[in-house]
Design a binder for this molecule. Structure first.
Ligand code: SF4
Length: 314
C-alpha cells in the first residue's frame, strides 16, 4: 500500500531547525506514523531565511495585524514569512493531513502568545502565521498539533480523519461521479453515525437526488459536513450505538452464545472496563465467519491499519 502524503513541521522529524539549533523529534511520528504516512516537512522560519540558530521570534499585534517580530523587537520578518506562505501553501493541496509543532508563532495551531507593539503579552489566543494560512487555504485538511497527539482519543481521531480524507481525494475527487459519491458515503456510514449522528442524518438525504444540483456543488457540501462530523470525538455511548447497529446486520451469522458474549463485551466497553478493540474484534470475527456484503464495506470496522494499535487505547 502506498503511503499517505502528510505535511509536518520539520523540527518534529528531528531536524535541528529550531531557533536554538535544536529539534523537537516526535518518535510517534517518525517510528509509528511514518510506516503509513509519507511526511512532507516544512520549516517556515528557515524557508523565510531566518537561519539556525536565530533570535527567537514572536507575534505582535500592530494596527490590527499580526506581525512576526524578533523577541527583542529588532527585526520584522512578516514580509519574508508571507513570501514563504505565498510560495509554499498553494503547493500543499495533495496532502491528506498536517502535523504542526505547538507553541510556535509560525507553526502553532492554537493558544499562541500575542504581544502588543511594545512587546507586552496581551493574550494567548493566537495562531502561527503559517498554520493560519494553511488552515485557511485547506479548511477540510485534518490538522493537529503534535502535543495533542499524546491524547489517545485525539490521536485516534486524527489518524482516522487522515485515512478518510485520503479515501475521499483518491476515490471521489479524482473521478467524481454519482456512484463514487454514494459508494464513499456507504463505506463511511457507521463512522459518521458514531462521530455525529445529527450530521449523519443530513448527509444521506443530501445524496438522495443527485440530478437536481450540479454534482460538484453536492460533493463540496457533502465533504464539508463529513469532515466536520469526523472531527467530533466519539463517546463510548456513540460507539455502543454504532456497534449495536452493526450487530443487527450480523444477527443471522451469530449463534445465541456468540451474541451473548458480544453483548456483554459491548456493555463492558460502555462501562469503561475494556478498550474498543475488544468488541470490535468480536464483530470482525462474526463478519469473517459469515460475511455480509454491506458490513464488509464498512470502514468503521478497520478505519486504518490495525498495527497502529489505536483502538487498544480508546
Ligand atoms: S516550529 Fe515550525 S518554524 Fe519552528 S522550528 Fe519547527 S518547523 Fe521551524
Amino acid at each position: 500500500m502506498s503511503k499517505i502524503p502528510v505535511g509536518i513541521s520539520t523540527c518534529l522529524l528531528g531536524e535541528q531547525v529550531r531557533y536554538d539549533g535544536g529539534h523537537k523529534h516526535s518518535r510517534f511520528c517518525t517510528e509509528v506514523l511514518a510506516r503509513h504516512f509519507d511526511f512532507h516537512p516544512t520549516c517556515p522560519e528557515v524557508a523565510a531565511g531566518l537561519g539556525t540558530p536565530r533570535p527567537a521570534v514572536h507575534l505582535r499585534e500592530i494596527d490590527n495585524n499580526l506581525r512576526l517580530i524578533d523577541a527583542k523587537g529588532n527585526a520584522d520578518h512578516t514580509e519574508s514569512m508571507q513570501a514563504v506562505i505565498d510560495q509554499v501553501v498553494p503547493s500543499l493541496g495533495h496532502l491528506r493531513g498536517y502535523i504542526l509543532m505547538a507553541k510556535s508563532p509560525s507553526c502553532g495551531m492554537e493558544r499562541i502568545k500575542v504581544h502588543n507593539e511594545e512587546g507586552q503579552l496581551i493574550h494567548r489566543d493566537g495562531r502561527g502565521l503559517f498554520a493560519e494560512a494553511l488552515m485557511q487555504a485547506y479548511p477540510l485538511l485534518p490538522v493537529e498539533e503534535e502535543g495533542r497527539l499524546h491524547d489517545d482519543q485525539l490521536r485516534e481521531n486524527f489518524v482516522e480523519r487522515v485515512f478518510a480524507y485520503d479515501d475521499w481525494l483518491q476515490n471521489v475527487v479524482a473521478d467524481l461521479s454519482p456512484e463514487a459519491l454514494i459508494q464513499f458515503h456507504t463505506r463511511h456510514k457507521f463512522q459518521l453515525l458514531a462521530h455525529n449522528e445529527a450530521i449523519y442524518r443530513t448527509l444521506g438525504p443530501l445524496l438522495a437526488d443527485l440530478k437536481c444540483t450540479p454534482l460538484e456543488q453536492i460533493a463540496k457540501q457533502y465533504i464539508s459536513g463529513f469532515m466536520a462530523a469526523m472531527a467530533c470525538k466519539v463517546s463510548r455511548g456513540a460507539h455502543v450505538n454504532a456497534m449495536q447497529h452493526l450487530m443487527g446486520y450480523l444477527r443471522d451469522s451469530m449463534g445465541d452464545a456468540d451474541r451473548q458474549v458480544l453483548t456483554e463485551q459491548i456493555e463492558a466497553y460502555h462501562r469503561g472496563e475494556l478498550p474498543l478493540i475488544v468488541p470490535m474484534t468480536l464483530l470482525r470475527m462474526a463478519q469473517r465467519r459469515e460475511p455480509v456484503d454491506y458490513v464488509a464495506l464498512q470502514q468503521y470496522l478497520s478505519p486504518y491499519p490495525d498495527e497502529l494499535g489505536l483502538r487498544n487505547r480508546v
